[in-house]
Design a binder for this molecule. Structure first.
Ligand code: NAD
Length: 358
């Protein structure tokens, strides 16, 4: 039976990489019943929102979605559609594997790391007050009375909630992922030496849970040390689990270690729904030029095929991507050796599709 999947095309380079990904996934021969919907800044005029309700309805119906990037304008009241989708569908786990692909230029080789990022809490909870607002004034007064610590009159306020239930969910996801994917170790990443009650809670829950997964080695690292260790001894690490903000930053760091955002996939997974998306954004400067690298979203498609239980097709698609990249003939501008002409987004997808066919 065909798998029902929602394809959210996104904006900027979104529609192009989404089309390329559909081509590559269809080529594997796995039957997919695609529901194609649009979200992003281009929807504002028509729907008055970048996230029309029919997008969430479609994902709720198919339960699985793959999504092109969506722009979040900086410094406006317009909140991130990506964060909103994760929140509305309770996609609490953000999975971001970083695996070296031969042929992609990088300072690092043989990287094989997995970041598991908590996706719904922390400073991303969206509780923030502009420094001139009445709410910020009230929050400053309340918080300085409560804590006995003065706050500057011109301070904006943001809140960092980290819960027992949220921490347990993401930690359980990380340990179970490690077990089911033949991984050896889970490292909890935090800053509990400074944020004793928020990151401290996360670390306490990790330490409490670790003994239930006796076959998986457990350790923890302070986030700044973790960054340095990744630069010096990445081979010591395997699955890393962490709160939202550190996960956002470290996954870009790990993406850089495998050659950049153009090749870094991701998945947002909850108990009921899963939305697969590249780590990269909408790269507006390349929109509509058939120039962007489709690899990251196609590899997110590999994660999706695994999630759907299509392991053999997932492996075939992964190998097809690796083959096209290592041949360096049909690759986009960012992967093209000096002196060679790059191909476009759809042409690279077509080359991958050829190898991905059964
Ligand atoms: P970006 O990832 O769009 O771009 C960063 C750099 O990487 C740019 O130089 C860009 O041209 C390049 N790049 C990105 N993807 C590429 C690809 N597939 N092929 C080749 N080059 C690629 O990050 P940004 O500029 O910080 O963000 C642009 C917009 O995207 C912002 O509005 C941001 O909020 C949004 N964004 C969305 C998501 C998402 O949809 N999940 C994620 C990150 C950023």
């Amino acid at each position: 039976m065909a798998h029902a999947v929602t394809l959210v095309r996104g904006d900027g380079i979104g529609p192009e990489v989404a089309k390329a990904t559909q081509t590559a996934i269809d080529a594997t021969g796995v039957a997919i019943n695609w529901q194609i919907v649009d979200a992003g800044i281009d929807m504002m005029d028509k729907y008055g929102t970048p996230l029309p309700e029919n997008v969430l309805d479609a994902i709720k119906e198919t339960k699985t979605a793959i999504k092109g990037p969506i722009t979040t304008p900086v410094g406006t009241g317009f909140r991130s559609v990506n964060v909103e989708i994760r929140k509305r569908l309770n996609l609490y786990a953000n999975l971001r594997p970083a695996k070296s692909i031969p042929g992609v230029k990088s300072y690092f080789q043989n990287i094989d790391l997995v970041i598991v990022r908590e996706n719904t809490e922390d400073l991303y909870a969206g509780i923030e007050f502009e420094y001139t607002s009445e709410e910020a004034a009230q929050a400053r007064k309340f918080l300085s009375e409560l804590s006995g610590k003065p706050l500057k009159e011109d301070a904006a306020i943001g809140i960092k909630p980290i819960s027992v239930t949220g921490s347990d969910k993401i930690l359980e996801f990380a340990f179970k992922y490690a077990q089911s994917h033949g991984r050896k170790k889970v490292t909890a990443v935090h800053k509990a030496n400074i944020m004793k009650f928020t990151d401290g809670l996360f670390l306490d829950r990790a330490r409490l849970m670790a003994p239930s997964y006796a076959d998986i080695e457990f350790e923890d690292r302070i986030v700044d040390n973790m960054c340095m260790q990744l630069m010096q001894k990445p081979e010591l690490y395997d699955v890393m689990v962490m709160p939202n903000l550190y996960g956002d930053i470290l996954s870009d760091l790990c993406a850089g270690m495998i050659g950049g955002l153009g090749v870094a996939p991701g998945a947002n997974i909850g108990d009921d729904y899963a939305v697969f998306e590249a780590i990269h954004g909408s790269a507006p400067k390349y929109a509509g030029q058939n120039k962007a690298n489709p690899t990251a979203l196609i590899l997110s498609g590999v994660l999706m095929l695994q999630y759907l239980g299509e392991m053999e097709a997932a492996q075939r698609l992964q190998s097809a991507v690796e083959k096209v990249i290592s041949e360096r003939k049909a690759v986009t501008y960012d992967l093209t050796p000096v002196g060679q002409t790059p191909v476009g987004t759809q042409e690279m997808a077509a080359a991958i599709a050829e190898y991905a066919a059964p």
